[in-house]
Write a protein that binds this ligand. Structure first.
Ligand code: ATP
Ligand code: MG
Length: 332
């Protein structure tokens, strides 16, 4: 089981309040992703759940049991960090076995658990190697293996892939998702990466200055952001946020239009725009344009689009995909 319930949790360091007051319920087996700008309190929240920091007020329940004052080791959670901190002089086998050995488990039980974890993580052929003889991705898998053998009620990941290169991140992302399907254990995962958040999460928690702005499935947040913060934070490239007359015409103080929801024409459209930089990615082209009376916009266009710097184009937002926000920044 891995049901985690935070009730009115706050955290201050001295006089500075980092997390004012959070209520959050995480269901058993869920993959929950915490996202938010740097310094918003993602790691602090994870560390509070892990018991590595004490809450200033409020309670944390795991599987219906109040663990607020309990030591990390008693919470049956496993934390995987960005820096995987393996023991360099020990083999992969010994690194994975380490927490079990410390707990005084029977050697036969340890052996089975290590080999099971190695199989799940494709590390069977690397058990005799030392961390220095592994790639970054393999090392991260060893760190995950060390967490798996403890059979925790939940895994807590703090940006586990941010030390890896882009290709390896992609592979590891799939592997962790696959692992979640296999183990069906609750996972809480902190990331800066939009793609990781959107593709891995059952539920995304968007944090801003220690407050929860919105909780929902990735598509909920993409389709119906509650406010300007979430609108601007979820989605890549970012949603275009437009004020002034162009927004008033659509009945809002601010309208949001995602780059993929702007139709391009060379002859006519709602907004006339001058093309600045065109980023050709092959699959897509991101056009950075300046539209008259609207401002700077990003447009996601076809990968093969032929428009060039300095050209004039016309843009029309897809009528059903316009997000409207009031003066308070909330979705209307
Ligand atoms: N031990 C501490 N003492 C004082 N302030 C701290 C301590 N740990 C964290 N903070 C502050 O709390 C705030 C939240 O930090 P936290 O590490 O949770 O942010 P984060 O969302 O994980 O950021 P990042 O994305 O950069 O990792 C920051 O302003 C940080 O400076
Ligand atoms: Mg952090």
């Amino acid at each position: 089981m891995g049901n985690i319930n935070l009730k009115k949790v706050s955290k201050s360091f001295g006089a500075t309040t980092i997390i004012p007051n959070i209520d959050l319920e995480i269901e058993d087996g869920e993959f929950v992703v915490f996202v938010g700008p740097s310094g918003c309190g993602k790691s602090t929240l994870l560390r509070l759940i892990a018991g590595l920091e004490d809450t200033t007020s409020g309670t944390i329940d795991i599987d219906g049991r109040d663990v607020t004052g309990e030591a990390p080791a008693k919470r049956r959670l496993a934390m995987v960090f960005q820096s995987y901190a393996l023991y360099p002089h020990m083999s992969v086998y010994k690194n994975i076995a380490f927490p079990l050995k410390m707990a005084g488990d029977d050697p036969a039980v340890i052996d089975k658990k290590v080999k099971d974890a190695a199989r799940v993580l494709n590390l069977t052929n690397y058990l005799e190697r030392r961390p220095g003889q592994l790639s970054g991705g393999q090392r991260q898998r060893v760190a995950i293996g060390r967490a798996i053998v403890r059979q925790p009620s939940a895994f807590l990941f703090d940006e586990p892939l941010s030390n890896l290169d882009a290709a390896l991140r992609g592979t590891m992302r799939l592997e962790i998702s696959e692992l979640h399907h296999q183990l069906k254990t609750t996972m809480i995962y902190v990331t800066h990466d939009q793609v990781e958040a959107m593709t891995m999460a059952d539920k995304i928690v968007v944090l801003n200055a220690g407050n929860i702005e919105q909780v929902g499935s990735p598509m909920d947040l993409y389709k119906t952001p509650k406010n300007l913060f979430v609108a601007g934070f979820i989605g890549s490239p970012k949603m275009n946020l437009i004020n002034g007359a162009a927004a008033a015409k659509h009945g809002a103080t601010t309208i949001g239009v995602r780059p993929e929801h702007l139709a391009i024409s060379t002859t006519s459209g709602e907004w006339k725009a001058m093309v600045g930089v065109a980023e050709h990615l092959g699959s897509d082209t991101f056009l950075h344009v300046h539209a008259d009376d609207v401002g700077s916009l990003t447009v996601r266009a076809d990968g093969e689009i032929g428009v060039r710097h300095g050209e004039t184009i016309f843009l029309t937002p897809s009528a059903t995909k316009i997000h409207r926000f009031g003066t308070d920044g909330r979705a209307m």
